[in-house]
Design a protein around this ligand. Structure first.
Ligand code: SAH
Ligand code: SF4
Ligand code: F3S
Length: 453
């Protein structure tokens, strides 16, 4: 093979977990001698890392796939891979639907990419979707950012939210050991990254599958313990984690976040609905009162904390009244950011076959109402930054204004300010905020500061 025929392209859909998986698969491919190709049409290996959380996410995959499948007829040595959650959900069916595919692999097989590809190069069409014990990662990921890095701490999800495909496609919870996690973070710190985000679909479940309990019957390894355990890794200045589940979010964790200086004061805690009846039918395992208490407690310990969440509108049977309770929760809490979605029935989930499905019109109408309120509240929340000095970790140039750089505050607000990216990338800079918008800020470098290196 010529060098140019050993080029790969990855297109990633979906959540941070998929992005982290793509980085690891890119690392494996580079280890095998493949080179990145920005243009998918120049690549001899195309990998789609897919998402099936909502129907539109899944449909996108099929339209991309159709185009590359056609190309394979002119270029038979093209290797086409579908990984991630659609791959897991569809398995063999995907091969029948798109016979040009070489490899269909579920998320649990991410670290096995090299072995699976070997089978493909030996002339096989391969489907790898059986549940496996996830291998500890031995290849270095090719991380997209050089400033902020993702670290998986727990794979899978044992919850059974009635709308959600994740447990079907990501399998049961598997926590990595604290030692493996710390070793990865130490390496990240040595490479010069300043920020890590610990990842899990239900990160509060971290450690409950690991052996060991305390004399009081508490699991020996919890997310709180993990935060203490990794906190002193040198080079790392900021620690984030996502996604939190209100059912398991503890005051002990909140205290740890308040106490540990590197842990950022930003919490992503999806509530999904503000109505107790809907929450019950979603099998979420908490009430809106409990959710409010969690936020109150966070704000007692950290009055300035940013709060973000996810919410679904138009869950089967959701009445106008119940939807109003979601609006009320959003009004009362004042989220800094909220990811909103119209309910999408997913194959293999209980709620998908319930009778009381709402019309697309009702769903999109409610989504619009909610989004409007979210924008208003986020704009209000942004006001508190006006005139303040915030610490920004510079990630990149502002794509819309090359004279500016951009990064995030500890509270996760995107912030722009004038500066040279070559000089500032990866630095923590004190920025005085001069303009605020609902979801972003603009400022200027605060004079009289020591720029940390
Ligand atoms: N583990 C996280 C979220 C996982 S999925 C949690 O428990 O909150 C990310 C978000 O997608 C969810 O928070 C939910 O708001 C949304 N989502 C999941 N299934 C959905 C569906 N069937 N229709 C619409 N939105 C959905
Ligand atoms: Fe899905 Fe619920 Fe698990 Fe989140 S906690 S991934 S919403 S099943
Ligand atoms: Fe999508 Fe799978 Fe993540 S369904 S949201 S990529 S876990």
């Amino acid at each position: 093979m010529t060098t140019s025929s050993r080029r790969y392209h990855i297109t990633t859909f979906g959540c941070q977990m998929n992005k982290a998986d793509s980085e690891r698969m890119a690392g494996i491919l580079e280890d095998m001698g493949f080179e990145w190709s920005e243009d998918p049409n120049q690549a001899s290996l195309i990998l789609y890392n897919t998402c099936t959380i909502r129907d539109n996410a899944e449909q996108k995959v099929y339209s991309y796939l159709g185009r590359q499948a056609k190309r394979k007829h002119e270029q038979p040595d093209l290797t086409i891979i579908v990984s991630g959650c659609v791959a897991q959900q569809e398995g063999e069916v995907l091969l029948r639907r798109v016979p040009e595919l070489d490899l269909v692999m579920g998320p649990q097989h991410t670290n096995r990419l090299k072995d699976l590809l070997q089978q493909v190069f030996d002339g096989n069409q391969v489907v790898a979707t059986e549940p496996v014990h996830i291998m500890e990662d031995i290849t270095k990921p090719r991380r997209d950012s050089h400033v902020s890095a993702w670290v998986n701490v727990i794979y899978g999800c044992n919850e059974r939210c009635t709308y959600c495909v994740v447990p079907n496609v990501r399998g049961v919870e598997q926590s990595r050991t604290p030692q493996a996690i710390r070793a990865e973070i130490e390496e990240i710190g040595r490479l010069g990254y300043k920020e890590v985000t610990l990842l899990g679909q239900n990160i509060d479940a971290y450690g409950r599958d690991l052996p060991g309990v305390t004399p009081e019957g508490r699991h020996l390894h919890t997310l709180t313990d993990l935060l203490y355990y990794i906190h002193d890794v040198s080079g790392i200045e900021r620690i984030r984690f996502a996604t939190s589940h209100p059912r398991y979010f503890t005051e002990r964790l909140i205290k740890a976040c308040a106490e540990l200086p590197k842990v950022c004061e930003h919490f992503h805690i999806p509530f999904q609905s503000g109505d107790n009846e809907v929450l019950k039918r979603m099998s979420r395992g908490y009430t809106h009162e409990k959710y409010r208490r969690i936020i109150d407690t966070i704000r007692q310990y950290m009055p300035d904390a940013s709060i973000s969440a996810d919410a679904i509108v138009g869950f089967p049977g959701e009445t106008e009244e119940q939807f109003k309770n979601t609006l009320k929760l959003v009004e009362d809490i004042g989220f800094d950011q909220l990811n909103t979605a119209a309910y999408s029935p997913r194959p293999g989930t209980p709620a998908a076959i319930w009778d009381e499905q709402l019309s697309e019109e009702t769903k999109s109408d409610r989504l619009q109402q909610l989004n409007h309120l979210v924008g208003t509240k986020a704009a209000e929340r942004s006001q508190r930054y006006m005139g303040r000095v915030e610490e920004v970790l510079v990630e990149d140039q502002n794509p819309k204004d090359k004279t500016q750089v951009m990064g995030r505050t500890r509270g996760n607000r995107l912030t722009f300010f004038a500066g040279d990216i070559n000089e500032l990338k990866g630095k923590l800079v004190k920025v005085k905020i001069t303009e605020v918008r609902a979801f972003s800020l603009t400022g200027e470098v605060e004079v009289r500061q020591a720029v940390s290196v």
